[in-house]
Design a protein around this ligand. Structure first.
Ligand code: GTP
Ligand code: MG
Length: 195
């Protein structure tokens, strides 16, 4: 992956709208506002590619980005609190869960965890779903720039303990900051190494 140019392909609002499952893909999942869209922009070096904002619930569709003809990067709506009507949120949460449990070509789900907050019960619920679906997931800590080294160590320890309960968890945690560019080469290399 990361061989070709990155382009926006489509926003999907129902499982029937997913592109053909004919290449590998990785997705970015996490609570609303954790920094999924910002991380995609930082990884690809394209500022406005995925729409990011300070309002939780910004991304409301499953957004597909093509990596040349090699694979897809998938930006997901967040879970947890969102600044949108309850019925709308319920609809995109159901889609999110169907996608995570039912996409055959999903090679790895990156589970984004805010470095300040650690793993919350809603995160653990999604991890349970990924365990049941046997989808390997890897934790990416976001917003590392907002934490002291000591604070980061605490969140990392809490997260490692939480991951020990999940058979689908990939053990290595990636520490990132979209803002400061921390961890981006590491994450790019991980994605590039998937096939
Ligand atoms: P939803 O689409 O609503 O689920 O949110 P999201 O997870 O896509 O988050 P988004 O990328 O829109 O970012 C949310 C807010 O966090 C924005 O105000 C970003 O500027 C901020 N943010 C994202 N990444 C970082 C980071 O690494 N450091 C700091 N300090 N802020 C960040
Ligand atoms: Mg988003």
């Amino acid at each position: 992956l990361f061989a070709g140019e990155v382009t926006f392909l489509k926003g999907v609002v129902a499982m029937s709208g997913l592109p053909a499952a004919d290449r590998v893909e990785v997705c970015f999942a996490g609570r609303s506002n954790v920094g999924k869209s910002s991380l995609i922009n930082a990884l690809t070096g394209r500022k406005g590619l995925a729409r990011a904002s300070n309002t939780p619930g910004r991304t409301q569709e499953i957004n597909y980005f093509a990596l040349g003809a090699q694979g897809y990067l998938v930006d997901l709506p967040g879970y947890g609190f969102a600044n949108a009507p309850v019925a709308v949120v319920a609809k995109w949460q159901a889609l999110l869960k169907s996608y995570l449990a039912g996409r055959a070509t999903l090679r790895r789900a990156f589970m984004l965890i805010d470095a300040r907050h650690g793993v919350k019960p809603v995160d653990a619920e999604i991890m349970d779903l990924l365990d049941r679906a046997a989808v390997t997931f890897q934790v990416v800590m976001t917003k590392a720039d907002k934490m002291s080294a000591e604070g980061l160590e605490k969140t990392l320890a809490q997260t490692r303990a939480a991951l020990a309960r999940h058979p689908a968890a990939y053990p290595e945690i990636v520490l990132t900051s979209a803002e400061k560019g921390i961890g981006l080469p590491t994450l790019r290399a991980i994605i590039a190494g998937l096939d």
